[in-house]
Design a protein around this ligand. Sequence first.
Ligand code: SF4
Ligand code: SF4
Length: 355
Amino acid sequence: MPKVMIHPAGYDNVRQAVDRAFELFPVEVTGRKVLIKPNVLRASEAKEGIVTHPAVLRSVVEKVEGMDPSSLVVGDNPGIFSYGANEESFKKTGLMEAAKGYYQNIGNDSQKVDFNPEYMPMVSLSRAVLEADIIISLPKFKTHGLTVMTGAIKNSYGLLPGAQKAQLHKAAGNPERFHEVVVEVFRLRVPDLFIVDAVVGMEGNGPASPDLLDIGLIMASDDAMAMDAVIAKMMGLEPGRLRFLQKAKEIGLGDYDLDKIEIIGELKTLSHFKLPPLGGEIISENKVIQEMMHSRTLLLPQADAELCTACCTCVDQCPVSALSMNGDTPLVDAESCITCFCCQEICPEKAITLK
Ligand code: SF4
Ligand code: SF4
């Protein structure tokens, strides 16, 4: 039976929870190549809660260091388009220091691998991922406008180098297919251990929302579906209504049935947890909304003129050139927009919301 650890923790005592995670989910690290992958969405301050907190990364690095791996790499492919240099993102968040010299730009070296031709025949994957014997994934407990939540499965989307992420967003073409693409990427190389930073989580219009929530937990599992089912439950969602979990079950990656998951700790739904404006759970159930989403007219990014600094980052990085500057703010072309929400993720001013 898959197990999920739910362990009380603060950023000043993460190590205790990390030690417990390694006791419950032993991984053969000694003499092997280890890759640790935090969630580094983009350059931001650690206190913004957009990335895995440096205290969590440092604890895991120190734990693995002490187990004598043959090599250790800490890396991620920040941002959908590698917006902001990797080094810059790691430095600004404090993750570079926490990586203790093991940081590597894993986006610099990639290799083509077979993918599901329904979306794309081949994709690039960071070579560090292909060469690792052990991958330890460090997701952040967050909401996500497109997949409702990010957790164990969605964290693996960062195993793709930046431009590849954008191409797949485009190939998916609509939110429901994007849920499926996320799972296809995850299955390319399923990580061996997941340690989730839920000390401070994110609710509302994630994955770069200003709404943070003190949860006070570190969670862990060696089973991504069990992990995400528990996160979904904590957010007040029915795991079986999330399209990416449905898809993962369909292709035999596990089960989201909470009755078949052993909880080590206390599983509580967070009261009044704020979900993104329109979640994938609704997409997968409601045919009318589904059709509207597919027609790409329901949710569109909109920039807040008060917050926008006219930096043009969103315009430059939209994978289908659906944005253009209209005076000092970007304007979306509803016909071209594929609702990938990348502009929302990368806007450094958090000026874009989905309307
Ligand atoms: S919405 Fe954000 S990314 Fe786009 S131009 Fe304004 S500040 Fe820059
Ligand atoms: S406008 Fe934003 S949501 Fe629409 S396709 Fe471009 S980046 Fe994606």
